[in-house]
Design a protein around this ligand. Sequence first.
Ligand SMILES: [Ca+2]
Ligand SMILES: [Ca+2]
Ligand SMILES: [Ca+2]
Ligand SMILES: [Ca+2]
Length: 329
Amino acid sequence: MRTGKLTLAILMILGLAVAANAMDKDEALHGPTGYVPESTSPLLITGADCTDPIVISSLPANLTGQTNCGMGNTYAATCLGNYDGGEDVMYRLDLAAETTIDILMSTTATWTGMLLDDSCPPDPTTCIAINTGSAGNRAINDKTLAAGSYYIMIDTWPTPNCVPTFDLTITEDVPPPPPPANDVCAGAIDLQSFETNVFTVDLCAGYTNNYDAGGSAGCTGYASAANDATYKVYLAEGENITASMTGAHDSAIWLVTDCAAAAATCVAGADETVANGVETISYSAAAAGWYYLIIDGYGAGACSLTTVTIDAPVANEYQQWGGVKAMFK
Ligand SMILES: [Ca+2]
Ligand SMILES: [Ca+2]
Ligand SMILES: [Ca+2]
Ligand SMILES: [Ca+2]
C-alpha cells in the first residue's frame, strides 16, 4: 500500500504529538519507534501481502519455522497501532463451517503483534481481534467465526523490524457437550423410572448451578451454589418420601414444588454435614402434585460422583407409590 509521503509525514507528526501527550507504559518501555520503509511493489513471496497470503485450509494447523523477515512492511495502517510498523506476513484461514478457534503465535522475539480480521488489507481501525506485547507469545482465543475467509497478520513494533522465527498454531475449540437434560427441572428425571432406589449422578459431568436454596433463611440453612441435578416424583397427599445423598463434596439436598421459584417453594432441605457426609430429607406431601428433588451442594462449582438413595415408605398401607414402592417389594 503506497502512502503519499506527505500523508506519512502528517501521520508521523500526529503520532509523535499523540505520543508526547499520552505516552503509555508500553511506549515508555519500547523506546524510539524505528521505521521500516513501506513496500511499494509486490514482493512476489507467498505470504508477503493480501494478493498471495499463506493459505490454511484445514485445522488443526501447526506451521513451524515461520518468519516475516524479508516479507516487507506492506501494511502499516492497521488495527495493531504501533505494532504494525515492521515487516508483516499474511495468512488466510478458510473455514468451511462456523468454527471456534484458538490462534497461538509462539516466539522469543519481542514487540510482536498479531491480528485477525475478515478483510485484507486489514481494517485500519477495527479488526476481529488483536494481541500485542513486548515479549512472549501472542494468542487470540475462543473466536467463533462463521464460514468464510479470515486473515492473520504477524507484525512488529520496530525495533525489531521483523520476527525472525515463530510457530503459528491454529486449533479448533471443541465446545463442551450440553449439560444433561436433568440439569434443569424441565428435564427432571422421574424417580419412578429408576429400577432401583439407589442411583448415582456425577454432578461434575456437565451439570451447572441453576438452583440455590438461599442463605440462612433458606430450607437447607445455607446457599447451595454447587452444580445441581433434578429429579421429580408425583406424590399424593400424605405420601412420604425420604431421600439422601452423599458424595465427596459438601452435599445439599432439597425438595421443591416450583423450580421457577425454587427457594420460595422448598418444602424440605438438608445441609447438615460437610464433604463425604450424608444429607437426608423426609417429607410428607401436604398436597398432591409433582415434587422436584434437587441434588446439590454448598459451594460454587462443587461437585462429585454422588450416590442418591430414595426411600419411600408409603403413608399407609392403602396408598401406592407406583414404581418406587414396587422397588421395595
Ligand atoms: Ca507492517
Ligand atoms: Ca443444574
Ligand atoms: Ca445449586
Ligand atoms: Ca452438606
